[in-house]
Design a protein around this ligand. Structure first.
Ligand SMILES: Cc1cc2nc3c(=O)[nH]c(=O)nc-3n(C[C@H](O)[C@H](O)[C@H](O)COP(=O)(O)OP(=O)(O)OC[C@H]3O[C@@H](n4cnc5c(N)ncnc54)[C@H](O)[C@@H]3O)c2cc1C
Length: 411
């Protein structure tokens, strides 16, 4: 497929790097340009709150590709420069360094950014957010020296950094607005497993609290709660969710609704512009609705669909959403999709108290909407097959560890 027109990818992280790879794999031999505002070449973020933060993984292990890969695959990697605007009429991008880049097809993989905490003191020294490898380096150094760490927000990032701070020997308090950690994502029954895990590892987990201020003069020395209580801390880590980086797309007049609104081919309201990864709110044919997924597997896999669609090949993204976490000695994988409170019951198979089990979220008509395996391995394919089948399952057999999951998935 020979052309002089460049296919340009904006956003030099996992989705961007995988898109460059996928364009080459799909046979595109014209120019590929990958533009990222970070100075680092594309890297994966999950280790930043796990093994890299814990000091167990070297920096060299986080990158999507070795440096020579871009040269070998003739990918023009432009780092440390943001794209500031898209002129859709002339198909030109303007970059922050004053240069421009023309595109034939454009893929936006601009990802997301941590939501800022709107309280006084949120910008004091000693207050950290975690998104980039630089943030992870700073937090790693800070928790090594800290005796008391306060984590605001008991989502995935908050809980993983709490586990890392405990491993570094700090006293850790986690402050969460909901009663339980991860309650919105997992529901109360499964959220309790994570509450117990952190309590058993010495975390002071406080649910149902509202943060009103980060205290300190010049440097954070604690967190004030709405009820007036003060939690002393030398390091404060904020993990209160992320927002998709839609500014560029929005200024260009693309349709935006909780991310860049794209179809199952990951094509936006402009047929020459596509989006993938955290920033894309994509129609999911299996689920029959648009979803925006803020997880690694989505950033890894969606670009293959986007690249094919950019080349006019048949493609549609319908993989079952998947994510994972590691905290202390708990490893977990989750496959499927459940709206908060959008299920009838949770069915457990295995030893919940011993944290070695699978939980299934059952929806309308007895279908498995999602499954989460905790310290149980090699079941993701079977769980995904159950979700994909949309068939009612026999809940008694689902609970029974002696009934192979594969047989249930096969009907
Ligand atoms: C600490 C951490 C731990 C995580 N752990 C897990 C996990 O355990 N499991 C899991 O499933 N998921 C995890 N995730 C989520 C996962 O990493 C994300 O879903 C994934 O990084 C999304 O990739 P992306 O390429 O879409 O976006 P991003 O990784 O956000 O990358 C977007 C890139 O685009 C750049 N950019 C933005 N705007 C512009 C512009 N105008 N011009 C140029 N460049 C621009 C940004 O600087 C950034 O480099 C974790 C995330 C973090 C931060």
């Amino acid at each position: 497929m020979t052309t002089d027109t460049a296919h340009v990818i904006v956003g030099g992280s996992l989705a961007g790097a995988k898109a460059a790879e996928a364009l080459r794999e799909a046979g595109f031999d014209g120019p590929v340009v990958l533009i990222g505002e970070e100075n680092e070449r594309p890297y994966e973020r999950p280790p930043l709150s796990k093994d890299y933060l814990l000091g167990k993984a070297e920096r060299s292990t986080i990158y999507a590709h070795p440096p020579q890969w871009y040269r070998e695959h003739d990918v023009d990697l432009r780092l440390g420069v943001a794209v500031t605007s898209i002129d859709r009429g002339s198909r030109q991008l303007s970059l922050a360094d004053g240069s421009t880049a023309g595109y034939g097809k454009l893929l936006l993989t601009t990802g997301s950014s941590p939501r800022r905490l709107p309280v006084p003191g949120a910008d004091l020294a000693g207050v950290f957010y975690l998104r980039s490898v630089g943030d992870s380096d700073q937090i790693k150094a800070a928790i090594q020296d800290a005796s008391r760490v306060a984590v605001i927000g008991a989502g995935w990032i908050g809980l993983e950094t709490a586990a890392a701070a405990r491993a570094a020997g700090a006293e850790v308090t986690v402050l969460e607005m909901m009663e339980l950690p991860l309650q919105r994502v997992l529901g109360r029954q499964v959220a309790r497993v994570f509450a117990d895990l952190h309590a058993d590892n010495g975390v002071d987990l406080r649910g149902g609290v509202q943060v009103s201020e980060i205290t300190g003069s010049g440097r954070a020395d604690g967190v004030r709660l709405a009820d007036g209580k003060h939690v002393p801390a030398d390091v404060v880590i904020v993990g209160v969710g992320i927002t998709p980086n839609t500014q560029l797309a929005s200024a260009a007049g693309l349709e935006i609704d909780n991310g860049i609104w794209v179809n199952a081919q990951l094509q936006s309201s402009d047929p020459d512009i596509f989006a993938a990864g955290d920033v894309a709110n994509a129609f999911h044919p299996l689920l029959g609705k648009h979803i925006r997924v803020e997880h690694w597997a989505n950033a890894l896999n969606q670009p293959h669909t986007a690249a094919k669609a950019m080349l006019g090949q048949d493609a549609s993204y319908d993989l079952v959403p998947y994510f994972y976490t590691d905290q202390y000695d708990l490893g977990m994988e989750y496959a499927g999709y459940v709206e908060p409170d959008g299920y009838d019951e949770v069915v457990f198979r295995g030893d919940v108290a011993g944290r070695e089990f699978i939980a299934f979220w059952i929806g309308e008509g007895g279908r498995v909407l999602a499954g989460m395996n905790v310290n149980v391995w090699d079941v993701t394919d079977a769980i995904q097959a159950l979700v994909r089948s949309k068939r009612p399952v026999d809940v008694t057999a689902l609970r029974d560890p002696d009934t192979p999951l594969d047989s249930l998935a096969a009907g």
